[in-house]
Design a binder for this molecule. Structure first.
Ligand code: QAP
Ligand code: CO
Length: 182
């Protein structure tokens, strides 16, 4: 297993639309394990393949309390069961240090393949529904910042670009520490 590099906004590779998985192979299962390891190490609750520069329709998540319930979704398709918006303070491993309120349909059904290549479906509400919609958005090149005002998005973009330059220079505290100090 190995840790994968997570692309950060405004990297244009985050805007690519992922292609359907045609075959669930051992190679794909190795990628899934690397994605889970990368997500847990971050730590995060969800990671889409797009975020690690793999443009296939594949995502992993774990919204459990004890971080012991990894879920894998290959070629996920979402149906809205209850469109009533649920507002949730979202973050993203590709937008480190920033969180903001996003509203999405509160109840969905997702149909996907599991790591054995078998079809399954599940209904989701609450954090699981939020996270699934957030991750499927990544596969379509969409980020949670796209739901914010242009002004907020530009502010986040400018700050992340500044953070990146400072990280390249290697001085000061980490960008994340500074945001958390605000
Ligand atoms: C998507 O996001 C999500 O800014 C998963 O400095 C998040 O795992 C869906 C993370 C919230 C719904 C609600 C973010 C880690 C992790 C950061 C994540 C950070 C370190 C984000
Ligand atoms: Co994300």
């Amino acid at each position: 297993m190995s840790l994968l590099t997570i692309l950060e906004y405004p990297d244009l590779r985050l805007r690519k639309r992922a292609a359907p998985v045609t075959e669930v192979t051992d190679t794909l299962r190795n990628t899934i394990d690397d994605m889970l390891e990368t997500m847990y190490a971050a730590p995060g609750i969800g990671l889409a393949a797009t975020q690690v520069n793999i443009h296939k329709r594949l995502l992993v998540l774990d919204v459990s309390e004890n971080k012991d319930t990894p879920l894998v979704f290959i070629n996920p398709e979402i149906d809205v069961l209850d469109p009533e918006p649920l507002g949730y303070e979202e973050g993203c491993l590709s937008v480190p240090g920033y969180y903001d309120l996003v509203s999405r349909p509160r109840k969905i059904r997702v149909r996907a393949l599991n790591r054995a290549g078998q079809s399954f479906d599940m209904e989701a509400e609450g954090l699981l529904a939020v996270c699934l919609q957030h991750e499927v958005d990544h596969l379509d090149g969409k980020l949670f910042v796209d739901y914010l005002s242009i002004l907020k998005r530009q502010r986040i973009k400018a700050k992340l670009q500044k953070d990146r330059k400072r990280d390249e220079r290697g001085d000061g505290k980490s960008a994340k520490d500074e945001h958390e100090a605000l």
